[in-house]
Ligand binder design. Structure first.
Ligand code: OOG
Ligand code: NI
Length: 451
């Protein structure tokens, strides 16, 4: 029996989910409540979409050095996951930059869209030279992959499919890298020094591996999930990150519950009684992918919203309700019907010929074909992340010590890609290609040339 890269990704996502469920019981509660909500009114959506959502998860890890990122790229490539997008988080006062490893072809996405937000520590953002060189020394000596895992990567990257035995071995070895370690490699003083420099530095440098810090199921109704989280004793953050509730959801809406305070030991277990906050729970609702034009409008409205919220909160105490009302007001400018979104080129769509249509050499431009119901459109799901939302998620789970510190930002995409060993893919181009190919198929089926 052989296993494809898509199978390996699906198996890995499922094994990781089981492991995390044991490590963090609240995650199990989250999965249960999300599944309940997703199965309500599930007749409204197509079966492949329902199946995809049922297993859909994203995770996040934080890496310490470029070599780790390069090996992670090779490991994820065996699961048909490729780096897409560059996220600079320094603008939000976080010393990391990131990419998303995810499947890119429509078929792989339908099978299992598992994605991992993978960030890399920015050494150059640690101001204190002594702390920086201490961190470098510790990371230089660290190996986050088992030696068997490294051997298997070398062996399997030359193949398209793997024996089920080899696939299972790789999966087990890879899990080791994502596992939680209760003991740090460093002593408590060193841990505290890094914690004072930045909680992210402590979380990244002090442990033997980049423990998975959350796994996020996708929910169809995030308002319902937020209320249900409260009812079941999980304490979600007050506001939902991202765009407001709309008839036709756009991009990504997320909420999380705060990091757990976990007991840890130092010096490989010989010093006890430490506490660490890193792991948390999150849920997301995914909407349609926006074109660069749509994204510019989104960013503009978000910026206006943040400014207004800032103005209002400088005069009175704001509540989450006031925030979401302001957000809805700003986004009243964002079109909320499919035809306008499509016609104005704000979002990406799958085009297909309506089932009821028999080819008759139809002519006409795309708008007419859509209006007359010959071509149907369906929004393409957004598969990526949002930097401002990600910053909000980071901030809410590393503790209030890192309240908003706004810098001008200091992206270094070149350094990130040098570490990674290849350029990251452009997400807009991937969506554009999906749209273009679906349209080409329509012209072929209708046997006409595009006008
Ligand atoms: C990653 C936070 C970003 C998201 O969903 O935007 C993220 C982290 O905390 O390591 O997961
Ligand atoms: Ni997340």
């Amino acid at each position: 029996m052989s296993v494809t890269r898509d199978d390996l990704r699906a198996n890995f996502a499922s094994a990781l989910s089981n492991m995390y469920r044991h490590e963090v019981p609240q995650y199990g509660t989250l999965l249960d409540l999300v599944s309940d909500i997703n199965n309500r009114d599930s007749k409204e959506i197509s079966e492949p979409v329902q199946r995809r959502i049922e297993v859909e998860r994203h995770g996040a890890i934080r890496l310490g050095k470029p070599e780790e990122l390069a090996t992670m790229r090779r490991l994820f490539a065996l699961m048909a996951m490729q780096p897409v997008g560059y996220y600079d988080l320094t603008a939000a006062g976080l010393p990391v930059h990131a990419t998303c490893f995810r499947p890119v072809s429509p078929m792989s996405l339908t099978k299992n869209p598992f994605r991992v937000f993978t960030s890399l520590l920015r050494m150059d953002m640690i101001a204190d030279e002594a702390i920086r060189s201490r961190a470098e020394d510790i990371l230089n000596d660290r190996q986050i992959f088992t030696s068997r895992c490294l051997d298997l990567i070398k062996e399997l990257e030359l193949k398209e499919s793997y024996s089920s035995e080899k696939a299972e071995q790789l999966l087990q070895e890879a899990l080791e890298t994502f596992r939680w370690h209760k003991s740090t490699a460093v002593d408590s003083d060193t841990y505290q020094t890094f914690q004072d420099a930045h909680p992210l530095v402590a979380d990244i440098v002090c442990f033997r591996g980049p423990h998975i810090n959350h796994l996020t199921p996708r929910v169809r109704d995030i308002e319902a999930a937020q209320a249900e989280m409260r009812r079941r004793g999980l304490c979600p953050k007050d506001n939902i990150e991202g765009p407001p509730l709309m008839k036709w959801p756009i991009l990504l809406r997320q909420t999380s519950f705060l990091a757990l305070e976990e007991s840890i030991n130092f010096s490989d277990g010989s010093e006890t009684d430490g506490k660490h906050k890193a792991r948390f729970g999150e849920i997301e609702q995914r909407g349609m992918a926006l074109t660069p034009k749509g994204r510019r409008l989104y960013d503009q409205l978000m910026e206006r919203f943040n400014k207004r919220l800032g103005d209002v909160s400088s005069q009175e105490k704001t509540t989450p309700e006031i925030g979401s009302k302001l957000l809805r007001q700003e986004f009243s400018e964002f079109p909320d019907d499919l035809e306008t979104l499509c016609h104005e080129g704000l979002a990406y769509f799958h085009y297909r010929v309506a089932k009821s249509h028999t080819p008759t050499g139809t002519k006409g431009d795309i708008d007419t074909l859509i209006q007359t119901g010959i071509i149907e459109i369906e929004p393409i799901t957004y598969e990526d992340f949002l930097p401002i939302s990600a910053a909000g998620i980071f901030r809410s789970n590393i503790g209030s010590a890192c309240a908003k510190s706004q810098n001008s930002g200091n992206a270094d995409r070149d350094a990130f890609e040098r570490g990674l060993g290849c350029p990251v893919q452009n997400e807009f181009q991937l969506y554009e290609k999906m749209q273009r190919e679906s349209l080409a198929k329509c012209w072929e089926e209708l046997k006409i040339m595009p006008s």
